[in-house]
Design a protein around this ligand. Structure first.
Ligand code: ADP
Ligand code: MG
Length: 430
């Protein structure tokens, strides 16, 4: 009986998750790029079990070493596949009805997009978490097809200066219906009302052409918005964002192309806008149990955050300053929310940014959160690396680097001793 298995699965999953907690932080260090000086790495030690020691190689001293602890650290050699392997259980839980949020945080150039999407789509081994997740969801849902019928839908939006934009809109300029997050019938009434209104403004002969156009888009919108959004309690709270059903990786790759093209259009216009906006890919899963007809819903949000680098206040003016302020505000709001959740605080400040508002139903409660903290090992990025790690430390609710207890101090010493004896061994061999 599938229900028994599902219940057991869930119980087991909950037990494992309870041990681990609902918030996980993984650190990933990207390799040096051609042309970067590899002699000046800020990473002294990256341990399999989540320990990370960073220091400034140009400023040796007792206080320059800092220890951080994560659920996992992926070193420079880690492949996309390895990274996905440790993310997979979380992603699979979406098919059992869980909500999951995965974020990539870090300064521009630290590998956020590489981890989430990958450097290219042509080679499967390059695929980032996004594509692997969808591939995996299709695979599992197919294997369960005799007991559960799954439907998978995707949305993709960009948040720029606290404004949300649908990246998958194929309907030209986005339309807004008031109360579009209300029920399907209210939406239909509004659509009809809008339609009537537009008729009264047009002369009769113009009307004929427009009529067909309006009817077409009216139905398209009702289909894409109405059906999914009104029945999706755990979705992204963007009433305007179109939802697209996907059945295969071909569908996915096609949609991603549209998304990337839409994003790129503004990127050239606004000079690398992609690093200054958050992009959110939301995967909605709806499963119908074929025997009992019961419905199960899960949702996976994959977020490539805006670059976390601080903009020099004295240099930034106008639009650049506004962008920087919006990014600061939204990233710190996200930090505050995750921190509150990690502390199991009774008040979680979701309302302070668009991003946290949109993801509210998938952050907290039974929902799981994973943060990829991306690092650039180059010494030129040292101060950004430290501020990224401070953010990570805060969201995970564990402060190590800043205020080390005696025990942790001892751990660092032990690790450093191990490291230097290993270094000695290598030199002796040479
Ligand atoms: P971000 O999205 O954080 O600005 P990118 O993902 O665009 O950064 O990465 C910056 C550069 O580093 C890109 O050229 C990317 O291909 C490369 N890169 C990032 N992470 C890795 C990695 N793990 N392995 C190889 N190259 C990487
Ligand atoms: Mg990027």
């Amino acid at each position: 009986n599938y229900h028994v298995v599902l219940a057991e699965n869930r119980k087991l999953y909950n037990e494992v998750q309870d041990l681990k907690g609902n918030i996980r932080v993984y650190c990933r260090i990207r390799p040096f790029l051609p042309g970067q000086n590899q002699n000046h790495s800020t990473i002294e030690f990256a341990g399999e079990d989540g320990e990370l020691i960073v220091s400034n190689p140009l400023k040796q001293g007792k206080d320059s070493r800092k220890l951080f602890k994560f659920n996992k650290v992926f070193g420079q050699a880690a492949s996309q596949e390895e990274v996905f392997r440790d993310t997979q259980p979380l992603i699979r839980s979406v098919l059992d009805g869980y909500n999951v949020c995965i974020f990539a945080y870090g300064q521009t150039g630290a590998g956020k997009t590489y981890t989430m999407s990958g450097p290219s789509l042509s080679s499967k081994s390059d695929w980032g978490v996004n594509y692997r997740a969808l591939h995996d969801l299709f695979h599992i849902s197919h294997s369960r097809r005799n007991s559960i019928m799954y439907e998978i839908g995707v949305q993709m939006v960009e948040i720029y200066n606290e404004q949300v934009r649908d990246l998958l809109s194929t309907n030209g300029p986005q339309k807004r219906y008031p109360f579009s997050n209300s029920n399907k019938y209210t939406q239909m009434l509004w659509a009809a009302f809008y339609y009537k209104l537009s008729i009264s403004y047009l002369s009769l002969n113009m009307h004929a052409c427009f009529f067909i156009y309006q009817i077409k888009y009216c139905f398209l919108d009702l289909h894409t918005l109405g059906i999914w959004n009104t029945t999706q309690p755990n979705g992204l709270a963007v009433p305007d964002a179109s939802m697209h059903s996907v059945n295969s990786m071909t569908d996915v790759l096609e949609l991603m192309n549209i998304g990337m093209t839409n994003r790129a259009t503004s990127a050239t216009a606004l000079n690398e806008r992609s690093s200054r906006s958050h992009s959110v890919l939301s995967i909605h899963v709806r499963g119908t149990d074929l025997k009992t007809n019961t419905l199960l819903r899960g949702c996976l949000h994959l977020v490539d955050l805006a670059g976390s680098e601080r903009v020099d206040r004295s240099e930034a003016t106008g639009d650049r300053l506004k962008e920087a302020q919006h990014i600061n505000k939204s990233l710190s709001a996200l930090g505050d929310v995750i921190f509150a959740l990690a502390q199991k605080s009774s008040h979680v400040p979701y309302r302070n940014s668009k991003l946290t508002q949109l993801l509210q139903s998938s952050l907290g409660g039974q929902a799981k959160t994973l943060m990829f903290v991306q690092l650039n090992p180059d010494v030129a990025s040292y101060s950004e690396t430290i501020s990224t790690l401070k953010f990570a430390e805060r969201v995970s609710g564990v402060e190590l680097g800043a205020a080390r207890s005696n025990k942790e101090g001892k751990d660092v010493r032990e690790l450093m001793e191990q490291l230097s004896s290993l270094k000695d061994a290598i030199t002796r061999k040479d």
